[in-house]
Design a protein around this ligand. Structure first.
Ligand SMILES: *Cc1c(COP(=O)(O)O)cnc(C)c1O
Length: 302
C-alpha cells in the first residue's frame, strides 16, 4: 500500500489529519444528534479534499511519468490533477468528454486546467463512454499522444485511490457513530468504510441517478481489498435529478447552511450530502445521543 505521505507529496504540506469541527444546528440538536464536519476541503488549497486522498497514491505510483486522466468539462478531478501536475512538475493530459468542445473557448474550469499546464484532448461522447474497454483506451491514448503515460481512471477511482481513502475512515475512528459522504464513483466511500472501526457505519449519498453505485462500490472494494469491507449503505434519494443538477431548493438550502455555519458549500456534491443528512435527521434515522460526521469533500470552484 502506498502511503500518501511520500516525500514528494509531503513537500506540499497537506493538512492531515484534516480538521474535525462540531457545529450546532437545531435540525440535529432537537433530535439529540451531534453534527460534525470533517473538513477535507482544508487539506490543501489546490488539491482539495478527497481528490488529494485519491490522487496522492496515484502520483506516487506514476513515478514521474506523464499522468493521463478523464473527465467532463467541469470535472473537479481534472482540475485537481492539473494542479498536482503543476505543483509537482509532472506533465498531465486531460481527456475531456465531448469533441464539440474542441473548437470553442474553454470554460473557466478547463481554462484553469490548461493554465496549470494540462494538455487537453477532446473525445466524442460515444468513444468516451467506451473508454474502459482496452482497445478503445489504447486508441484514445494513441490519438492523445500519451501511450507511455500512467492512466488514472475517470473520477480518479482505482484500487490505489480507494486505499488512499482508507485514512479518511481511520481519522474518524472514535469520533462518530455514522459517517456520511457524497458519492460520484463511490471510491471515497469504498476506502472510508474500510478504515472505520467496528460499530461505525458509513452512508453514501449518490449525486448521480441510476442506482448502480452499490455494485460499483463493491467492485472498488474488491479491487482494493479483495472483498467487501466495513459497514456501509447508500441512500439514493438526494441526487436532485442527476449530476450537476442544482435546483433552486438545493441552492437555497446550501446558501442558508453557508450563512448559518460560515462554511462554503460546494453545490454538486456537498450540498446534496448535507440536504440528505438534514432530511434523515428529521426522519429520526439517527439514534439520540449519537454523532454524525459529514465529510466536506470539496469547496466551490472559484
Ligand atoms: C469528486 C468528488 C466527490 C466524489 O468522490 P467519489 O470518490 O468519486 O465518489 C465528492 N465530493 C466532491 C466535492 C468531489 O469533488
Amino acid at each position: 500500500m502506498t502511503s500518501p505521505d511520500t516525500p514528494i507529496l509531503a513537500a506540499l504540506h497537506p493538512r492531515l489529519p484534516s480538521p474535525l469541527q462540531e457545529v450546532v444546528d437545531g435540525r440535529f440538536e432537537r433530535w439529540g444528534v451531534r453534527l460534525l464536519l470533517k473538513r477535507d476541503d482544508l487539506i490543501h488549497p489546490e488539491l482539495i479534499g478527497n481528490k488529494w486522498r485519491k490522487l496522492a497514491p496515484n502520483l506516487t505510483a506514476a513515478a514521474g511519468r506523464t499522468v493521463v486522466t478523464f473527465g467532463g468539462s467541469w470535472s473537479n478531478h481534472l482540475r485537481a490533477t492539473a494542479a498536482a501536475g503543476r505543483l509537482l512538475g509532472i506533465p498531465t493530459v486531460g481527456v475531456v468528454r465531448g469533441d464539440e468542445l474542441a473548437g470553442r473557448p474553454l470554460n473557466p474550469s478547463l481554462a484553469r486546467c490548461t493554465a496549470d499546464g494540462m494538455r487537453l484532448h477532446f473525445v466524442d461522447r460515444a468513444t468516451y463512454r467506451r473508454k474502459s474497454k482496452p482497445p478503445v483506451l489504447a486508441g484514445i491514448l494513441r490519438a492523445a499522444d500519451a501511450e507511455e503515460a500512467y492512466v488514472v481512471p475517470e473520477g480518479g477511482s482505482n484500487a490505489e485511490a480507494v486505499r488512499g481513502c482508507r485514512a479518511l475512515g481511520a481519522e474518524l475512528r472514535g469520533h462518530a457513530e455514522a459517517v456520511a459522504v457524497a458519492c460520484g464513483t463511490g471510491g471515497t466511500l469504498a476506502g472510508l468504510a474500510s478504515g472505520l472501526a467496528p460499530g461505525q457505519s458509513a452512508l453514501g449519498v449518490p449525486v448521480l441517478r441510476g442506482g448502480f453505485l452499490t455494485a460499483e462500490t463493491e467492485a472498488l472494494q474488491r479491487a482494493a481489498f479483495g472483498g467487501r469491507r466495513g459497514t456501509w449503505s447508500l441512500d439514493d434519494r438526494f441526487h436532485f435529478g442527476g449530476y450537476a443538477r442544482v435546483p433552486a431548493e438545493l441552492d437555497t438550502f446550501a446558501a442558508d447552511f453557508e450563512q448559518l455555519h460560515g462554511l462554503p458549500v460546494e453545490r454538486l456534491y456537498v450540498a446534496k450530502l448535507l440536504y440528505g443528512l438534514v432530511t434523515l435527521a428529521g426522519e429520526g434515522a439517527f439514534p439520540r445521543g449519537t454523532a454524525v460526521a459529514a465529510v466536506v469533500t470539496g469547496r466551490p470552484f472559484s
